[in-house]
Design a binder for this molecule. Structure first.
Ligand SMILES: Nc1ncnc2c1ncn2[C@@H]1O[C@H](COP(=O)(O)OP(=O)(O)OP(=O)(O)O)[C@@H](O)[C@H]1O
Length: 295
């Protein structure tokens, strides 16, 4: 659906994007992450046809994003990282203007989204908080049922409750088959929404990670409480990796397959069983840290 082929746009050494290639498949949610100034917005601007590459190209649905920018806008919902609004307008008049420009007659989805975000659109944009403006931007990006969503830091300015609502909205769109590319600094958001993530650093793609595989192979720590000392002895004599033991409480590590753990626990009386929350943050963080290892 989205193809980036050897894209290069240089604003100076390590500034811009350099020989960048990746693709986003139809119906996929793709996370684009990387440190400040890595080149995420520059890539996104090419996808919207706003800037010309030095070399290489981008295409969406087989159409060059620069040559067919106007045509492609019909199918793209775009949220800019720095949204420029007409400050004197109310939220509603702004959305109506955009609807008119898009030739949108049915406003059901627009109203649904206003309601979803609990956004007071009667307020003038200049009086809106940062979060309200972000919600307005999200309504305008989603309201025309786009086939493709390109979102530059979509939850910046949203409070944690609204960030969770955003995740729900992405799941809704994914179930409809929408293709989504979004940049984010929130690992948790990427983990909760994306199928794959591309990690960019100094304008170069340093990794492409399949989130499901990462999660599957991820080290998991289970907190288990057993009923008796003899149960503890059974687990101690198994091949399970015990990382911590205190009285009848254990912390047991698994890598991928959790069945050996379940098998062993089935021989014991289990009082409680919990998964210790781990995130993919550690995996992603190594790409953020400075140094030449990933360059
Ligand atoms: N028009 C421009 N003129 C000069 N330099 C630019 C221009 N646009 C971007 N850059 C530089 O290119 C680099 C990449 O910028 P970009 O905005 O793509 O980063 P980003 O990954 O989106 O960062 P952030 O996470 O901070 O939003 C930065 O060093 C930036 O200063």
């Amino acid at each position: 659906m989205i193809q980036i082929n050897n894209l290069t746009k240089s604003y100076g050494p390590n500034k811009g994007v350099f020989d960048l290639s990746f693709q986003v498949n139809e119906g996929e949610v793709f996370g684009f992450i990387g440190p400040n100034g890595a080149g995420k917005t520059t890539t996104i601007r090419h996808l919207l046809g706003f800037i010309h590459s030095d070399s290489g190209s981008c295409s969406i649905m087989g159409m060059d994003t620069h040559d067919f920018a106007a045509k492609l806008q019909e199918d793209i919902g775009y949220l800019s990282g720095e949204i420029a609004f007409f400050d004197q307008m109310t939220g509603l008049s702004f959305l109506r203007l955009l609807s008119e420009m898009r030739g949108l007659i049915n406003h059901d989805r627009m109203n649904e989204l206003i309601h979803f975000w609990d956004l007071d659109v009667s307020v003038k944009i200049r009086k809106m908080s940062k979060g309200m403006k972000q919600k307005l931007g999200l309504v305008s990006a989603f309201m025309h049922h786009p086939k493709i969503l390109i979102l530059d830091e979509p939850t910046s300015g949203l409070d944690p409750l609204m960030q969770t609502k955003f995740v729900d909205l992405i799941h809704q769109e994914k179930s409809k088959g929408t293709t989504i590319l979004m940049s984010s600094h929130s690992f948790e958001e990427i983990e909760r929404t994306c199928d794959r993530a591309g990690i960019i650093k100094n304008g170069k793609l340093v990794a492409l990670e399949d989130i499901k595989t990462l999660k599957k192979e991820q080290r998991k720590v289970f907190m288990v409480s057993l009923a008796s000392k003899s149960d503890i002895e059974k687990i101690n004599s198994s091949t399970l990796e015990i990382v911590k033991q205190k009285g009848l409480d254990l912390e047991i590590t698994t890598y991928g397959d959790i069945n050996p753990l379940i098998m062993e626990l089935s021989k014991c009386k289990v009082v409680s069983f919990d998964l210790k929350k781990q995130s993919l943050e550690k995996i992603f963080m190594k790409y953020y840290e400075s140094g030449d290892s990933n360059e």
